[in-house]
Design a protein around this ligand. Structure first.
Ligand SMILES: C[S@@+](CC[C@H](N)C(=O)[O-])C[C@H]1O[C@@H](n2cnc3c(N)ncnc32)[C@H](O)[C@@H]1O
Ligand SMILES: [Zn+2]
Length: 193
């Protein structure tokens, strides 16, 4: 399962990333290592690009089989229905940014490239995090729910680093409506032929 980077809110003017990183990598109480602000960060700042090897989904699935993992740990980010970035290969510090259900960062995809922005002002020492919102398939097993358990500990924690169930259901309803619209259009085309 890969991070989907679906957030595209533009609440503040974006600024370019500074040449030196605004954060450092060290142990996190959330999971393994994390990224921590080493200077005050302004809302809207572009912090870093999520880079790595660009691979198709089937290759990512072959490399990382959720069923055989006791603990989930990957550096994957879904860019589109075709492409995933695997930051295990050629990744930078961005791969250590953890998930939070009440994040201070967000991701944005610009012409196939993934960037991480500050959602609000961030103080020195705060851990950076964005909402991974791993796409659900709708048939998650108990084991998967356990694998993707969230430890962010915020008041808004939904207990999972997967997308909220309501978002999955909304996506499915939209997909269904899209299908129905396409079927109706095909019927209209046949009727006028
Ligand atoms: C891209 S890594 C993040 C960096 C990771 N902490 C490390 O040291 O390599 C993603 C993994 O970190 C863990 N993780 C990140 N945020 C988490 C959270 N809020 N709760 C539980 N696990 C988390 C999960 O195992 C996830 O698969
Ligand atoms: Zn959480």
């Amino acid at each position: 399962m890969t991070k989907s980077g679906s957030t595209k809110r533009r609440r503040a003017p974006r600024t370019q990333a500074a040449t030196t990183l605004a954060f450092e990598i060290r142990e996190s109480r959330l999971a393994g290592k994390g990224a921590f602000a080493i200077r005050p960060i302004k809302k809207g700042e572009r912090l870093i690009e999520y880079v790595g090897e660009r691979i198709p989904h089937p290759v990512a699935d072959e490399r990382y089989d959720d069923d055989s993992m006791d603990e989930h740990h990957t550096f994957l980010f879904t860019v589109s229905s075709r492409t995933v970035i695997d930051a295990t290969h050629g990744g930078n510090e961005s791969r250590f940014i953890n998930h939070s259900c009440d994040p201070n960062c967000e991701t944005e995809i610009e012409r196939g490239r993934v960037f991480i922005f500050a959602l609000r002002d961030i103080a020195v020492g705060e851990e950076l995090a964005y909402d991974y919102a791993y796409e659900r398939s709708g048939d998650e097993t108990e084991k998967e729910e356990r694998l993707y358990r969230c430890l962010c500990g915020t008041a808004k924690c939904r207990g999972s680093i997967m997308e909220p169930v309501a978002e999955y259901e909304k996506r499915m309803r939209e997909r269904q409506r899209e299908k129905q619209r396409a079927q109706a259009a095909r019927r209209r085309t046949r009727a006028t032929a």
